[in-house]
Design a protein around this ligand. Structure first.
Ligand code: ADP
Ligand code: MG
Length: 381
């Protein structure tokens, strides 16, 4: 098997006492599109800047195609311009005093790539690819935000880098343009099959674009998987929470045998098959239970399922309903708590009505109760 195009091992970067990136390890395979997804301040940009070489790492090792490019312990730090990496930033960072063509040509000139004619040809080819050929002689700053970001993308691609890095490239664009540009990026990445690391805090963007998502928090990668699995079957409560809206409750295991578990929660009992649980738990365990609003079924059970296929049947009072573009969302009060339920089809129910929903076995996720775990640790300290 060929080595990964990028290998990051134990990358650490500190700013004084603040550990921005904490022993982070990640691989990107040839042709893979991977997103680094996480909340603001979790260390995404710092990771990207260390990979590009703009920032010097404090520890760890990085390889591009098996070539060592960073190893502070051994005094290795390959300069950014020698790393064969293209980068697209949030702010377009195009050069205002240059035309579109000059912007895209610049990296070739700096690196002394190709003859004058070669350069001209490559620049025009790049601009064609992003649909900007007819603007080649315009001043870069006369273009719209979306067009400027296209210039930035062509400028990153023109050197034919081994790896393309994006840092929240769509954040400065309005919603409509953001959708258009993410389709454009997907098309380009499929056409060129270029190895890509894409930084974003948007779960939607990461899911839409990626082969793999590496979910990041507090300088570390929490969990890594394909978008669908990370959304539907996350291993961590952090991923469950970050990858979309979810209903989360404390649970207490009141029965445990070979067939499964009964878990008491503030909204009622859940009966869960043994096969659905990937956690060490026994009678008396305290856990966290979570299920997504869109994976619940409404009242009449699916005919192809029997009761055993549902972990819980929940009854409450409809408190609020709100329509969105894609679904209707219902807020249901159950014994002083609230759950959210989403349905593609609007339901024939008004605020104040009783309503019953069911939660399928396979969509209940059970996690270790880390709040208690943390509280216990804090007491120790
Ligand atoms: P993200 O891109 O995920 O929002 P960053 O990588 O920008 O996160 O920041 C990670 C942490 O490092 C934050 O706590 C931030 O304040 C800190 N940080 C980033 N850059 C610097 C810097 N140049 N000097 C000091 N602290 C920084
Ligand atoms: Mg950032």
């Amino acid at each position: 098997m060929s080595p990964p195009t990028l290998r990051v091992e134990g990358l650490t970067k500190r700013y004084r006492e603040n550990v921005a990136v904490d022993q982070l390890s990640v691989d990107i395979k040839e042709g893979e599109f991977k997103s680094l997804l996480g909340p603001s301040g979790c260390g995404k940009t710092t990771t990207l800047r260390c990979i590009a070489g703009i920032e010097k790492a404090d520890a760890g090792r990085m390889y591009i195609n098996d070539e060592l490019v960073s190893a502070p312990d051994d005094g290795v730090h390959v300069k950014p311009e020698n790393r064969d990496i293209g980068m697209v930033f949030q702010s377009y960072a195009i050069w205002p005093h240059m035309t579109v063509k000059e912007n895209v040509r610049f990296p070739l000139k700096v690196r002394g790539i190709g003859s004058k004619e070669d350069r001209e040809e490559r620049v025009v080819e790049m601009l064609k690819m992003v649909g900007l050929e007819r603007y080649k002689d315009a001043m870069a700053t006369d273009l719209s935000g979306g067009q400027q970001q296209r210039v930035a993308i062509s400028r990153a691609l023109v050197i034919e880098p081994e790896i393309l890095l994006f840092d929240e490239p769509l954040s400065n664009l309005d919603a409509k343009l953001r959708r258009e540009m993410r389709e454009e990026i997907k098309r380009l990445s499929e056409e060129l099959d270029i190895t890509t690391l894409y930084v974003t805090h948007s779960q939607d963007e990461a899911m839409f674009l990626s082969d793999t998502i590496a979910l990041m928090n507090e300088g570390k990668i929490v969990e890594e998987n394909d978008p669908e699995s990370l959304h539907t079957n996350p291993d961590s409560l952090f991923a469950m929470d970050f990858m979309g809206h979810t209903n989360t409750f404390q649970g207490h295991v009141t029965e445990a045998d070979e067939s499964g578990f009964v878990i008491e929660t503030p909204i009622g009992d859940f009966t869960i098959d043994e096969s659905q649980i990937h956690l060490e738990m026994t009678e008396g365990s305290d856990i966290i239970l979570s299920f997504r609003p869109k994976f619940c079924d409404y009242r009449t059970p699916d005919r192809t399922r029997n009761d055993r296929d549902y972990a819980a049947s929940l009854e409450g009072v409809l408190e609020q309903k709100a329509a969105t573009r894609d679904f209707t969302e219902y807020l249901i009060a159950i014994e002083g708590n609230q759950i959210t339920f989403r349905s593609l089809e609007p339901l024939d129910h008004d605020v104040g009505d009783n309503i019953q929903i069911r939660v399928p076995q396979e969509h209940v996720r059970v996690f270790e109760d880390q709040s208690r775990f943390k509280a216990a640790k804090r007491q120790d300290a």
